[in-house]
Design a protein around this ligand. Structure first.
Ligand code: CA
Length: 487
């Protein structure tokens, strides 16, 4: 009952706030009330925090059915927000996924079909960071980049601040030889870093502290914070017992579970900071993953199959957990089943910031669907196409999603396979022969979509310059705005 009351008071408060702004604008401009949309320019811009985990599987957090890894803070985002059941990465894995996210479109539109690391992101259209920076936002980046050419770091493509990459712990010979055979750590740690005080700290924790630092410094102005941790990417072998013992995970999965628990801790830190600063209702928190979980680390895609490594033709490679939370502005404890892609985040954020969605975007504003103002599918179809020569063959994928159907093949020459994901989430019964009409229709849609794409991009031979993420402690700040985008 208390929860319902809280939800209602959030809703009422937001409605009251909107009404006040609405009456003020209507009186000031003499316009008919209905002509004044809420949250247009001139009103306070909401903050945005985008959390993009590396390789977090669909079945590896509590609110997605995971039983052995406690994730109370991420689950809280879901109870205080909307949980997506069909959120997709159309351009897996890490690098293309991030490119598509930050550009708000299918990465094939700029020639990126597979991994193609080093392929520049386009400069004739704004990244999400540049778009927001040019509209008055402080834009901060923390963690992994893996995006664009060797010269396109966060500070070059629209972020005003980037958290420097802290030095890592270097293991002594003795520490390394004391490890059991076959489980040796790398000489330079991936996940233990050294903080400003010279102490060892788990990198994910260090990132969380940086998030809080960013929020405290920018609480009085609109901000966009993009946190993309190295976690929970392999190898999680260094996960300390203190994290693993908080889970019920067994075997190889224990290490990954420890890494996930630490991510959850940072979400908790973040929520406390937002509440402390009175920013919880003024901030959209998006939580998602860049591709499916790694089976080799014991990750789960339940109830689907596949994921990173083996199984990159299956649903678990592309369907990821995604949560939007903004109490007062979005419903709470709601589930959204419509087809969604990570490139929708750009369009949604642009609209929330009171801006028109840029023409180049493939995405849509999700808020009307999440709030129940619009029904039906925002995207009737979603498409995949990775036939990039030179990319790992295991990742080649040609696929379409429509209604309950998933149509796919690995190579052009292969026959299509068709699955009803609602009845057969594990993709065990190929129904292509039984439903030739569905196959024909979906394949035709894919052909038509593929015709709208750019040709395969060529990776330029650019010598690497300074590190993309500057090394050290604290923050690197972008030089004064140079190429201000006015589109
Ligand atoms: Ca990844």
């Amino acid at each position: 009952m208390k929860r319902i009351y809280q939800v209602l008071s959030h809703v009422h408060f937001a409605a009251f706030r909107r009404l006040c702004g609405f009456i003020f604008v209507a009186v000031a401009t003499g316009q008919h009330a209905a002509a004044v949309p809420p949250d247009r320019p001139g009103q306070a811009k909401p903050n945005i925090i985008l959390i993009y985990i590396d390789d977090l599987g669909y079945g590896d957090i509590g609110c997605y059915g995971c039983k052995d890894i406690p994730t109370p803070n991420i689950d809280r985002l879901a109870t205080e927000g909307v949980r997506f059941t069909a959120s997709y990465i159309t351009n897996p894995p890490c690098c293309p996924s991030r490119c598509s996210l930050i550009m708000g479109q299918y990465a094939q539109r700029f020639g990126k079909y597979g991994m193609s690391r080093g392929l520049p992101i386009p400069e004739d259209r704004p990244t999400l960071a540049r778009f927001l920076r040019d509209r008055g936002y402080v834009t901060g980046q923390i963690g992994k980049w893996d995006l664009g050419s060797k010269r396109q770091g966060p500070l070059q493509v629209g972020f005003t601040e980037v958290a420097k990459d802290p030095p890592r712990k270097v293991y002594t010979k003795k520490e390394l030889t004391d490890q059991p055979a076959g489980k040796r750590k790398l000489r330079t740690s991936k996940y233990f870093c050294i903080n400003e005080a010279g102490e060892e700290i788990w990198l994910t924790d260090y990132d969380g502290d940086s998030m809080v630092n960013f929020i405290e410094r920018h609480k009085a102005e609109p901000f966009f914070l993009y946190w993309s941790p190295a976690a929970v990417h392999s190898p999680s072998i260094e996960a300390p017992e203190s994290l693993m013992e908080r889970t019920k995970a067994k075997g190889a999965r224990r290490k990954l579970a420890g890494a996930i628990v630490s991510v959850d801790d940072q979400v908790g830190k973040l929520l406390r900071a937002l509440e402390q600063e009175g920013l919880r209702e003024k901030t959209l928190v998006i939580f998602s993953s860049d591709n499916g979980g790694n089976g080799g680390e014991g990750a789960s895609s339940k109830p689907y199959t596949g994921g990173k490594g083996k199984g990159t033709q299956k649903e678990g490679w592309v369907r990821v957990p995604t949560i939007f939370s903004m109490p007062g502005r979005l419903p709470e404890a709601k589930q959204h089943d419509g087809l969604v892609a990570n490139f929708d985040f750009y369009a949604t954020i642009a609209t929330l910031a009171g801006q028109a969605i840029p023409d180049h975007c493939d995405g849509i504003d999700l808020f009307p669907y999440l709030k129940g103002e619009r029904t039906g599918e925002g995207h009737e179809y979603l498409f995949w196409l990775n036939n990039e020569p030179g990319d790992a063959v295991r990742r080649h994928l040609i696929a379409v999603r429509w209604k309950n159907w998933r149509l796919y093949k690995q190579h052009d020459k292969d026959p299509w396979q068709l699955f009803d994901l609602e009845k057969d989430p594990r993709e065990e019964s190929d129904l292509a022969a039984e439903h030739p009409g569905v196959v024909k229709q979906m394949a035709a849609k894919h052909t038509a979509w593929a015709k709208t794409l750019a040709p395969l991009g060529k990776i330029p031979e650019i010598p690497a310059g300074e590190p993309i993420i500057p090394k050290g402690h604290g923050w690197a700040i972008a030089p004064a705005k140079d190429s201000k985008d006015t589109k």
